[in-house]
Design a protein around this ligand. Structure first.
Ligand code: SF4
Length: 465
C-alpha cells in the first residue's frame, strides 16, 4: 500500500491491491495477464507484471490504468519466461506515479528480485526511518519497498541464505501483508501472522499459481490446492511447494470486508465461498431485522447475494428493482454536488414497473458516508415505491482501516457520529437495520474475523505516525 495522504472519490471502501504469481508454466506472463484481469476488481488504477526468462533476466511492464489498457501484444512480447508475478493496485490521488506501481524490481549483486504486496505495514514509518538513518534510499512511498531493504540489510551483513533474511525481515514488520517475492529461480508467497488478506495456491499443469483470490484459478484452468496460512512462507520452485512458518499465527483476523464487499462472489476464501457468505448474511439479517414488505431488491452487484438470502429467508419475492449500467467505466471526480447526483443515476436506475406501489426491502452491503444510500432511497421513491426499508448486510462502519483498505476517515463515516435511528433519518428510509457483529461471524461459520472498522478492536498494535 502506498503511504501518502488519502483523498476519497466515492461512497464505497476500496481495496488496495491484488497479487498473482505463476511458476513453471510456458509464457507465464500471458497467464498472469488473464489472472490479473480476474483480479481487476481489487484495484483499477495501475498494474504491472515482472517475468524471469531462462537466463535469469528480469523483464517488467507496468503503468497506470486497467489491465486491458496497460498491456498490449507488443508490451507482452517482452515478458518472456516461465515465471512471473503481477499486481493490480488502487491508489489515492497523492500516491499516483509509476514509481508506486508494483511489482517492484530490485537489482543487487546477490541477484535481482521482484516483489508485489497486498496489504499495509502498520509500523512502516518506524522501519523506514530506521532504514533511512542507516543509509537506505527509497524510490517510492510504498511500504512494500521496506521489505526489500530489510531483506537486503540482513543478507548483506550476515551473509545468510535468502529465506532466513526474508523470515527475519517479515518478523520485523507488523500489519497486513500478502507478499510475492520472485527471484531468478523461485517464488516465495508470504502471509502475515494474522491472515488479514487471502492468498491461495493452485496447480496449473506442471506449474503453480498463487493469487489473492481463487477466481483467478478458474480463469486460468488451475486447480485450487490450499491457502497460504497466516505466518507461513511457501517456497515454489523446481522442488515443488515447500512450507515454513516464520511466526506463530496470532488471532486469525481475516478482513471481514473481503467477504462482505471486496472479493468476487465466485472466489472461495479459507473454505468459504463468497456468494454463500453473502447469501447467509442476508438470511441472518432477515432473522435479526424482518421487515413488513412486498419485495426484496439488492444494490448491484455486491449486494445481490445478500438480497437473495434475505428474500429466501423471508419468503418475499426477490426482484430486480435496480439496474446497474455496465458500461460506465471509470468515473472521474465530479466537481459539484448536482453533477455527483447525476453520476449516481448514470450508475444505477430503478425499474419503475417493479417498485411502483410496493413496500421495498433494499439490501446493501454497507453504508459509508450515506450519500449514495440517500440517493438510492430517493430514486426508489421517485419511481413510486410506497415504502423503502433499508437492510445492511454488515454492521455500522465506524472506524478507519490500517490494513490496506481505503475506508474513509471516521468523521466521514455516517455511523461514526450517528446512531441507527439518526442514520435512518439522514438517508430518508422508512426503517433501517444492520447485521450484528455476531451475524457477520456466523455467516462464514467463523470464530474470528477482523471487524476493527466496525468494533474498534484492532488486531495489531497501532503505531504512532
Ligand atoms: S479494519 Fe475493516 S477493512 Fe480493515 S482489515 Fe479489518 S475488517 Fe477489513
Amino acid at each position: 500500500m502506498c503511504k501518502c495522504s488519502k483523498t476519497y472519490r466515492d461512497d464505497k471502501p476500496h481495496h488496495e491491491c491484488g497479487v498473482l504469481g505463476i511458476y513453471g508454466v510456458q509464457d507465464a506472463a500471458n497467464l498472469a495477464y488473464y489472472g490479473l484481469h480476474a483480479l481487476q476488481h481489487r484495484g483499477q488504477q495501475g498494474c504491472g507484471i515482472v517475468s524471469v526468462d531462462s537466463e535469469g533476466v528480469f523483464h517488467r511492464v507496468k503503468g497506470d490504468g486497467l489491465v486491458t489498457e496497460v498491456f498490449n501484444e507488443q508490451r507482452m512480447s517482452v515478458l518472456t519466461g516461465n515465471m512471473a508475478i503481477g499486481h493490480v493496485r488502487y491508489s489515492n490521488a497523492g500516491c499516483k506515479g509509476v514509481e508506486n506501481i508494483q511489482p517492484f524490481l530490485f537489482h543487487h549483486n546477490s541477484g535481482d528480485f521482484a516483489m508485489a504486496n497486498n496489504g499495509s505495514i502498520v509500523n512502516y514509518r518506524q522501519l523506514r526511518m530506521e532504514l533511512e538513518d542507516k543509509g537506505s534510499l527509497f524510490q517510492s512511498s510504498s511500504d512494500a519497498e521496506v521489505l526489500a531493504h530489510l531483506i537486503k540489510k540482513q543478507g548483506a551483513y550476515n551473509n545468510v541464505p535468502r529465506i532466513v533474511a526474508i523470515k527475519d525481515a517479515l518478523n520485523q514488520m507488523d500489519g497486513a501483508y500478502a507478499f510475492l517475492i520472485m527471484t531468478g529461480r523461485r517464488i516465495y508467497a508470504c502471509r502475515d501472522k494474522y491472515g488479514f488478506h487471502p492468498l491461495a495456491i493452485g496447480k496449473l499443469g506442471d506449474g503453480y499459481v498463487v493469487a489473492s483470490e481463487t477466481c483467478a484459478f478458474d480463469v486460468l484452468g488451475a486447480e485450487y490446492i490450499r491457502d497460504v496460512e497466516p505466518g507461513e512462507i511457501v517456497t515454489i520452485d523446481h522442488h515443488g511447494v515447500r512450507s515454513q512458518f516464520y511466526s506463530e499465527p496470532e488471532r486469525h483476523a481475516m478482513c471481514a470486508m473481503e467477504y462482505v464487499y471486496f472479493a468476487r462472489p465466485d472466489s472461495d476464501i479459507e473454505g468459504c465461498n463468497v456468494h454463500n457468505y453473502r447469501k447467509e448474511s442476508g438470511k441472518l439479517l432477515f432473522h435479526e431485522a424482518p421487515a413488513d414488505a412486498d419485495i426484496v431488491i439488492g444494490v448491484p452487484d455486491s449486494s445481490l447475494s445478500a438480497a437473495q438470502g434475505y428474500a429466501e429467508a423471508s419468503g418475499l419475492p426477490y426482484e430486480m428493482g435496480l439496474i446497474k449500467n455496465k458500461y460506465i467505466g471509470r468515473t472521474f471526480i465530479l466537481p459539484t454536488q448536482e453533477l455527483r447526483e447525476k453520476g449516481v443515476k448514470m450508475k444505477l436506475s430503478p425499474v419503475k414497473t417493479i417498485v411502483k406501489g410496493k413496500r421495498v426491502v433494499l439490501v446493501d452491503d454497507s453504508i459509508v458516508r450515506g450519500t449514495t444510500s440517500l440517493k438510492i432511497v430517493n430514486m426508489l421513491r421517485e419511481a413510486g415505491a410506497a415504502e423503502v426499508h433499508v437492510r445492511i448486510a454488515s454492521a455500522p462502519l465506524k472506524y478507519t482501516c490500517y490494513y490496506g483498505v481505503d475506508v474513509h476517515t471516521p468523521k466521514e463515516l455516517i455511523s461514526n457520529s450517528n446512531d441507527v435511528d439518526q442514520v435512518c433519518k439522514l438517508i430518508g428510509a422508512d426503517s433501517l437495520a444492520f447485521l450484528s457483529h455476531e451475524g457477520m461471524l456466523k455467516a462464514g461459520h467463523r470464530d474470528d474475523l477482523c471487524l476493527a472498522c466496525f468494533n474498534h478492536k484492532y488486531p495489531t498494535k497501532l503505531y504512532e505516525e
